[in-house]
Design a protein around this ligand. Sequence first.
Ligand code: NAD
Ligand code: WQD
Length: 357
Amino acid sequence: MGVKKTLKKIWDKFTSSDRILVTGGLGYIGSHTVVELMEAGYDVYVVDNLSNSNIEVLNGIEAITGKRPVFENIDCTDYVAMDKFFTKYEGFKAVIHFAAYKAVGESVSKPLRYYRNNILSLINVLELMPIHQTEGIVFSSSCTVYGQPDKLPVDEKSPIKDALSPYGYTKQVCERIIMDTVHASEDMNAVILRYFNPIGAHPTASIGELPNGVPNNLVPFVCQTVSGVHKKLSVFGNDYNTPDGTCIRDYINVVDLAKAHVKAIERLFDGKMKKPEIYNIGTGKGASVMEVIKTFEAVSGKRVPYEVVGRREGDIERVWANPALANKKLNWQAETSFEETLLSAWRWQEVVNKRTK
Ligand code: NAD
Ligand code: WQD
């Protein structure tokens, strides 16, 4: 290595303490987190293989922050390419690891695709971190690890239930892999965030969710239905043991969720963490499918055509978070109202509709 290159590396090392690697950073939650990190002053580097995202998301990030993060199209399952990236930009303070496949139904029909992508990506990141002196990781887990909890609201001590899908199992396995790896290392630490149901979009409508094909999730399906992409929404069951018979979830605004990652990075380096910490990221309130429909109609002024059909296999009846631990230790809380959040989803859909006209 030439003298210039060596000096640059040493220089980078001393000046890059706020350098964060975001894997899957052009995806739905990743892109909103990149924005919040940049706005908090972090130097953000993104790898994404664009398997479920679009390069144009970079324009949206730039429209909001006035800057573009460093981006490379890399598959996290490619150890050599990831090692090159870590070497090229030596000195990441932490990694936020979003990169994964997330379609629950597809994971049932293609389990190995999910096990390979979600688990191997994480293993590569964890193996490369100590080689490149990166000490902290924030990992995207899910409330899916709780299944149908025995007690509500569900807190982090609630038992992990048998996974209902290979996707859900990858989250359980990844959490365990992180725990074991950090336990065996003196220098690494981790924050695991269990997201409840992220919805909505950035208030500028410059970035949002871009589902590939027919969305499985409720809110994107509602937005597309109102836009005429689908004739009607199927409400999966109204015979549950809930006040209106439809399932209840804890819908968390995606910008609030993104902000939790900034807090998690701060937590990793506040000098108080002894071992990995796990946090629920939710609002603490549940809303039923019918409440989502009615609130969406009220804020958008549009009618949501829907029909009640049979239950969807694998759906749990109700779940919402106890987010007290994140409120206290991360100094984080959900701030955006349900109404504002649903309106942001609709505003984003209107932008998408214009683009696809
Ligand atoms: P997303 O699909 O929008 O984003 C994931 C990003 O990772 C995409 O841009 C995709 O192209 C990229 N990616 C996938 N595999 C990759 C690989 N091998 N190498 C590089 N890039 C890769 O999903 P999202 O909703 O933003 O979810 C982000 C994370 O949060 C995922 O780990 C997901 O499992 C988790 N999560 C999501 C939800 C949710 O409802 N959206 C809930 C709980 C947890
Ligand atoms: C919400 C409610 C449906 C679509 C999934 C994953 C979970 C996590 C979040 C990643 C349910 C109902 C839905 C429709 C409907 N992701 N619904 N008609 O199932 O809570 O969670 O996303 O970790 O792991 O499983 O979210 O948005 O699919 O459903 O009636 O067309 O809306 O039955 O009650 P879910 P969802």
